[in-house]
Design a protein. Structure first.
Length: 423
């Protein structure tokens, strides 16, 4: 029992903290009005207010439940606009009806101001104040006191109240925007630090390799091949070329991963997807000595499929996906195949690469489902992997206003689908 009350108190505290952080007063005000409605109904139900008819009492309780629900919807789904306007319309109707019933003049003045205050809070604008004269006119027509409800002091006070609420709402909106921008900047800085940490690690390894090649070439230049520990000049040149290529690829990855927004028009070219895919497949087959049975390419029947993209970025992303599939398919197992397919889906061109390997680990799929690059960086499920290639694929899709999907196939193996807008 104690734990139950503790959990309830904690949930209310979390709700208070969340609304305070979002600086959205509408849920609180809606719940406050609902509590007031419960109190009015309770006065009539207990007999303290003997003038209240029973129908009005149950209307008070029904209105309270309705407002509690609307306040909860606004709290849970702050981006929805319809519950906010439903609150304004409901309270406007309720206040207009109550004006014809309530005889207390001060209560009638409050009933006139509540709908306008709620509209100001909902919109964050000052224009609902223009409806104040209309509400004053309606109040004088339906309330017995007539124009005596309003005097210059009451009107000035209400106008100041409207202006104050508008200023508070505007300040809250600006504060919320500052919080959002600060959070986004913090996430960007954290992501940049992760990039720097990973690239520092990779560059340290490549620089060590280059340092080891320097004395070998010095000995070759000194015409002392017997001191080269059995390493030929061709092998040393091959190692140097490989390390240089890795450094070039690493700098390209850094260029892609640290780019913000989307690519500019001058960075995009009109690409024939069939030609680009055929070129990539031919290069991979040659470099990895694969035949057409091990790396299959199935092009879309609808030709040509044209996209606007950066050929360097797209090529690097697709080669990264294919490389992951090759590493997941041991060459010692006969019959392993990697399939590359291209199809169109509405306004998107979808490139799917599937293999027959072990598939993506469940933990990695959970990280990929967040669609957040920092969640993928740092993954070390495979030997020597750090999630950099997956992050690069996600970033290339984002730069081209496309999407990428990672999944495991029912028959086994992984499937990666890159969707890009087509012309």
């Amino acid at each position: 029992m104690k734990d139950g009350w503790g959990n309830l108190a904690q949930s209310w505290f979390n709700a208070y903290q969340r609304i305070g952080q979002q600086l959205d007063p509408l849920p609180w005000i809606t719940w406050l009005i609902a509590c007031f409605s419960v109190g009015v109904g309770a006065l009539g139900l207990t007999g303290i207010d003997q003038t209240a008819p029973k129908l009005l009492i149950w209307i008070d309780f029904g209105l309270a439940l309705y407002l509690f629900w609307l306040g909860w919807v606004v709290y849970r789904r702050p981006n929805l606009s319809w519950p906010r306007w439903l609150i304004v319309l409901s309270m406007t109707s309720t206040c207009l009806i109550a004006l014809s019933i309530v005889e207390l003049e001060s209560a009638a003045v409050v009933l006139v101001t509540v709908p306008i205050l709620l509209a100001i809070i909902t919109t964050g604008r000052l224009w609902p104040i223009i409806s104040y004269p209309a509400f004053m006119l309606i109040a004088t027509l339906v309330h017995p006191a007539g124009w005596s409800l309003f005097n210059p002091a009451v009107i000035v006070f209400n106008l100041l109240l409207f202006l104050t609420m508008w200023q508070l709402r505007s300040s809250a909106s600006r504060a919320t925007q500052i919080q959002v921008l600060a959070k986004a900047q913090l996430e960007q800085e954290q992501q940049a630090r992760q990039f720097i940490r990973f690239f520092q690690h990779e560059l340290r390894g490549y620089s060590s390799g280059l340092e080891g090649l320097v004395p070998i070439f010095e000995r070759f230049l000194a015409n002392a091949p017997q001191q080269n520990a059995g390493i030929s000049s061709d092998e040393a040149l091959s190692a140097l070329a490989t390390t240089t290529q890795h450094l070039k690829q690493l700098t390209t990855q850094l260029l892609i991963l640290t780019r913000d927004g989307v690519l500019q028009p001058q960075q995009l070219q009109t690409l024939n997807l069939a030609e680009l895919l055929q070129q990539i497949v031919n290069e991979v087959r040659t470099s990895h000595q694969l035949d057409a049975e091990h790396l299959r390419l199935s092009l879309c029947k609808q030709q040509p499929v044209l996209i606007k993209g950066n050929d360097l970025f797209i090529t690097l992303a697709l080669r990264t996906i294919i490389q992951n599939s090759i590493e997941a398919n041991p060459s010692s197992i006969a019959g392993q195949q990697i399939s590359l397919e291209c199809c169109t889906n509405n306004e998107m061109a979808v490139i799917s690469i599937s293999d027959q390997g072990a598939g993506y680990p469940n933990e990695l799929l959970q990280r990929l489902a967040t669609n957040q690059i920092p969640a993928v960086l740092g993954w070390s499920g495979k030997l020597g992997g750090n999630g950099l290639g997956l992050a690069l694929i996600m970033q290339v899709a984002r730069l081209h206003q496309g999407s990428v999907r990672f999944e495991n196939q029912a028959q086994g193996g992984a499937r990666t689908s890159l969707a890009l807008p087509r012309i």
